[in-house]
Design a protein around this ligand. Structure first.
Ligand SMILES: [Fe+2]
Ligand SMILES: [Fe+2]
Length: 321
């Protein structure tokens, strides 16, 4: 128990967290999208795949001056990229962390309720991969983009680089867990960007809305897991967790300009290199696109911001003053 904390308040907080986790785990069979009727793919002529407002280069003259056909192709790439980022989050970040938790290597997360909720989450995430890949196959087929290759996202490569610098295996697992917690908190907002849009293909919107239906629960679930995990850490481990939790926020906010450049080159976009080079001057990440207050609140609730080093780390990433 840390000095300065009211022991009863801390116990109360954790009992609330445990009750919430149990409720989320027990309600899964009634709630999960995997238990519902599957969407039938369909395509509407005359509707684009993605929103122009989400393109990082929408105001650049190179984009503004290209043909309507090329703009439409870029929007299809935007949709495929959005889906590919979702799939990489599920397969490279969230499910590997779930496997660590099931393997019993994550402190505080060995209770029956935690294990059940994590098993259910893995089923959800694999189903999301199925939903999203189904939607991407439809787009690739209808738009003639079957050969488009989408490289690894910076969100994943930054996490891997950080893991490679870790001295101990537990640190690598902690970095993965922190990235999963941050991704699961942000993914609902990320999906909300498209889940209610009437402008894009209806099947695209419905796919994103179905995914978001599950992710609205994953967000509080992962916040609960982070609280239980943090409570069981030694002082040194808590300091390491405090240090790493802020970093995935910036990784998630990355504008992924390298992925864009690769796709634009593949579809023969004129002056792709010049446009992306000019975009880079606005910075690699766009923190204004994210509401990261939940991450700061989480860090506060679990007492991570009590240490000066942790506050420095959050300030360094631009998350607190
Ligand atoms: Fe998901
Ligand atoms: Fe999720």
């Amino acid at each position: 128990m840390d000095e300065g904390l009211d022991p009863r308040a801390e116990t109360d907080d954790l009992s609330h967290t445990k009750i919430m986790l149990e409720r989320l785990a027990v309600s899964w069979p009634r709630r999960a999208y995997v238990k519902k009727q599957e969407l039938e793919p369909f395509f509407e002529t005359g509707k684009e795949d993605f929103l122009e407002s989400l393109l990082p280069f929408r105001d650049m003259p190179q984009y503004q001056s290209c043909s309507p056909e090329m703009k439409s192709r870029v929007l299809s790439c935007g949709w495929l990229m959005y889906n590919a980022k979702t799939v990489q989050i599920e397969t490279e970040i969230v499910n590997p962390t779930c496997l660590d938790i099931l393997g019993g290597t994550m402190p505080g997360l060995r209770s029956d309720d935690a294990q059940m909720a994590v098993c259910e989450t893995m089923v959800d995430e694999v189903y999301h991969v199925h939903l999203v890949e189904q939607a991407s196959r439809l787009t690739r087929g209808r738009r003639g983009l079957g050969d488009l290759v989408i490289p690894q996202f910076n969100l994943v490569s930054h996490m891997r680089e950080r893991q490679q610098r870790a001295d101990e295996p537990w640190q690598g697992r902690m970095i993965q867990f922190a990235t999963a917690v941050v991704s699961e908190i942000f993914i609902s907002d990320y999906l909300h960007l498209l889940s209610e849009s009437q402008e894009i293909q209806s099947f695209n919107r419905m796919t994103v809305a179905a995914h978001r239906h599950d992710e609205m629960v994953h967000s509080p679930l992962f916040m609960s897991l982070a609280q239980l995990f943090s409570h069981e850490l030694t002082e040194g481990q808590r300091a390491a967790f405090a240090d790493v939790l802020s970093e995935p926020v910036v990784w998630f906010a990355d504008r992924e300009l390298d992925v864009w450049l690769s796709m634009l080159r593949q579809i023969g976009f004129p002056k792709a290199d010049e446009m992306i080079r000019e975009c880079r001057s606005a910075g690699a990440a766009d923190l204004t696109s994210l509401n990261y207050s939940q991450i700061v609140s989480l860090a506060q609730e679990i007492g991570l911001l009590e240490s000066a080093a942790a506050r420095d780390s959050f300030a360094r990433q631009g998350l607190i003053a």
